[in-house]
Design a protein around this ligand. Structure first.
Ligand code: ADP
Ligand code: MG
Length: 485
C-alpha cells in the first residue's frame, strides 16, 4: 500500500454532548456500573452515553430506532461502543448474545459510509464489509442492515454466502454495493473472480468481524487474515464477540490498530451469595418501626438456633450521616438494643475500640456511616441493613458487599422511603429476577413503579443519574477523613 495514493476518509463523527461532559468522574464511573458494569481497556475511550439523542444521529435513523423499532434507550454495549467507534477508533466489543451488538456497529458504519464520496460509475464498492461465520448469521445481519438502509434507499447492500446463488451476487455487485455482508470463504471466492476485477477492496474503510469467537472456532482465521491484507491498513476495524478466548485476543491485537476493548459484565453487580431485599415505607417513623421489627425478628431467630449451635450472626446498619447515626444509636438504646456506633465525628481511638468490640461480640450490631463501609471486612456479618437508601450504584455495591464475605452467604435489606426514586432505580437494576419475586405484591409493584419513574425521568432529562454523588463539600471532607480509619 502506498499511503500517498490512499483516498482520505472521515472517521470521527462523535462530539461529546454537554449532558455527558457535565458529569463528574464519579458520576461516569457510576453510569458504567449501571450499564451492566461496562469495563474498558485502551486509550482515549469516550464516556458512555445513556440516550439516543447523545449520538447525533440523523433524523431518519432516530425515527427508525425510537418510533419504528421502539428501542427506548441504548443497551450497555451500544451506550459505550457507539461513541467509541464513532470517535474513529478500532473497537473490540464483548457482550453476551442478544445484547444488541448489531446496532452497535451498524450505526457508526452507516454514518461513515454516508459521509464518504459516493461510489463512482466505474466502482463496485464496497465501502463497508461485515464478516460473519455462518450463512444464517450473515443473513440475519443483512436483514438488520436492510432495515437501516431501507428507510432512505441511499445505500445498497448484499449478502454473500456460500450456498447462495453466485451469479445473482455477481450481477448485483457489478451495479455497485456500499455494504457487503459475507462469510469469509465466499468473500475470497468473489475477490478472486474475474482475476480480481469484480470486487474492489480499495474503497473499504470499515470492517466488522461479527461473532468473532465463532469465526475462530470454525477455522476462518487464515481467510480473515488474507482478506485483511487486501484492505487499506488505515481502515477502521471493529470486532464483536460473545466470548473472548485468549487466541482470539492475540489475533485481535494483531489485526486491529490500538483497539479499545469494551467488555460488558453480564454477571450481577452484587455477589451471588448476597440475597437482596427491600422494604418500602411512607415516612421515617414507619421506617424506624420497620428497623425495630427486623432486629426483633433476627434476635428471635438467633435465640432459637443458639440452643442447637454456636451462632454468630452480626449485623451492620448503614446510615447516611453522623447525626442519624447518633440518633438511631440512642433510640435503639432506649429500647434495650445495644449497638456499636462509628462515624468520622468520633475520635479515632474510640472508633477503633468500638470496631474491636463489635468484632468480639457474638451477634453484635454495628451502626455506621456509608463511607466507613469501604474496606470493612468482618466475616460474621450476615445481615446488612441500609437504613438510608443509597444514591449511587457504587455506594450500593460497597455497602451491600459488607456481608457474604468469602464464600459465606448474607442478606442485604434496604429500607426505602416511597419518594426515593433514584435508589429504587438502583435496586431494580441490581436485583435478580427471582429476588424481586420474593417480595410481596405491594413491594414488587412499588419498586418497579418507582424505578421506572426514575428511568423515564432520566430519559426526559428531569432526573440525573448519580445525582447526590460528586464528592463535594462536607461529604467529601467526611469521606477523606473517614478513609484514614
Ligand atoms: P447480539 O448481536 O448481541 O446477539 P442483536 O444485535 O442480534 O444481539 O440484538 C438482539 C435483539 O435486541 C434484536 O432483536 C434487536 O432488534 C434488539 N435490540 C437491539 N438494540 C436494542 C435496544 N437498544 N433496545 C431494545 N432492543 C434492542
Ligand atoms: Mg450478533
Amino acid at each position: 500500500f502506498n499511503s500517498a495514493q490512499l483516498e482520505p476518509f472521515v472517521r470521527t463523527f462523535y462530539t461529546e454532548p454537554e449532558e455527558i461532559s457535565a458529569m463528574t468522574e464519579e458520576e461516569v464511573e457510576d453510569m458504567r456500573l449501571s450499564l451492566d458494569n461496562v469495563k474498558i481497556r485502551g486509550k482515549n475511550c469516550p464516556r458512555p452515553v445513556f440516550k439516543w439523542s447523545h449520538l447525533g444521529l440523523t433524523s431518519d435513523i432516530m425515527d427508525l430506532i425510537t418510533k419504528k423499532l421502539n428501542f427506548s434507550s441504548p443497551t450497555p454495549i451500544q451506550a459505550q461502543a457507539v461513541p467509541a467507534i464513532m470517535s474513529g477508533q478500532d473497537v473490540i466489543g464483548i457482550s453476551k448474545t442478544g445484547s444488541g451488538k448489531t446496532v452497535s456497529f451498524l450505526l457508526p458504519l452507516l454514518r461513515q459510509i454516508r459521509a464518504a464520496r459516493p461510489l463512482g460509475h466505474d466502482e463496485t464498492g464496497p465501502l463497508g464489509l461485515i464478516l460473519a461465520p455462518t450463512r444464517e448469521l450473515a443473513v440475519q445481519i443483512h436483514e438488520e442492515v436492510q432495515k437501516f438502509i431501507g428507510i432512505s434507499h441511499r445505500e445498497r447492500s448484499i449478502c454473500c454466502t456460500g450456498g447462495s446463488e453466485m451469479k445473482r451476487q455477481i450481477h448485483e455487485i457489478k451495479k455497485g454495493v456500499e455494504i457487503v455482508v459475507a462469510t469469509p470463504g465466499r468473500f475470497i471466492d468473489l475477490l478472486t473472480l474475474n482475476s480480481g476485477r469484480l470486487l474492489d477492496t480499495k474503497r473499504i474503510t470499515f470492517v466488522v468481524m461479527d461473532e468473532a469467537d465463532r469465526l475462530f472456532d470454525l477455522g476462518f482465521e487464515p481467510q480473515v487474515t488474507e482478506i485483511m491484507k487486501t484492505i487499506r491498513p488505515d481502515k477502521q476495524c471493529v470486532l464483536f464477540s460473545a466470548t473472548f478466548p485468549s487466541k482470539l485476543r492475540s489475533f485481535a491485537m494483531r489485526v486491529l490498530n490500538d483497539p479499545i476493548t469494551i467488555t460488558i459484565n453480564s454477571k450481577s453487580l452484587i455477589n451471588e451469595n448476597i440475597k437482596q431485599k427491600v422494604a418500602i415505607y411512607n415516612d421515617d417513623q414507619e421506617k424506624f418501626q420497620g428497623l425495630l421489627s427486623i432486629l426483633e425478628g433476627r434476635e428471635n431467630s438467633i435465640k432459637e438456633r443458639s440452643d442447637l449451635e454456636d451462632v454468630d450472626d452480626k449485623t451492620i446498619i448503614f446510615v447516611s450521616s453522623q447525626q442519624i447515626c447518633d440518633l438511631i444509636y440512642f433510640r435503639l438504646e432506649e429500647r434495650g438494643i445495644t449497638t456499636y456506633a462509628i462515624h468520622a465525628g468520633k475520635p479515632y481511638a474510640e472508633r477503633a475500640s468500638s470496631l474491636e468490640k463489635f468484632k468480639k461480640t457474638r451477634n453484635g450490631i454495628l451502626l455506621c456511616t456509608e463511607v466507613l463501609s469501604r474496606g470493612l471486612n468482618v466475616p460474621e456479618v450476615s445481615l446488612v441493613v441500609i437504613y438510608n437508601a443509597v444514591k449511587t450504584f457504587a455506594q450500593y455495591v460497597h455497602t451491600a458487599g459488607r456481608t457474604a464475605r468469602g464464600t459465606k452467604s448474607g442478606i442485604t435489606v434496604t429500607l426505602l422511603l416511597s419518594d426515593e426514586l433514584n435508589a429504587a432505580y438502583i435496586l431494580k437494576k441490581s436485583f435478580r429476577e427471582e429476588e424481586i419475586e420474593t417480595h410481596n405484591e405491594y413491594t414488587k409493584f412499588k419498586l418497579i413503579e418507582m424505578g421506572s419513574k426514575f428511568e423515564n425521568g432520566m430519559n426526559s432529562g428531569k432526573f440525573r443519574l448519580g445525582k447526590g454523588f460528586g464528592g463535594k463539600g462536607l461529604d467529601h471532607m467526611e469521606m477523606v477523613k473517614e478513609q484514614k480509619l
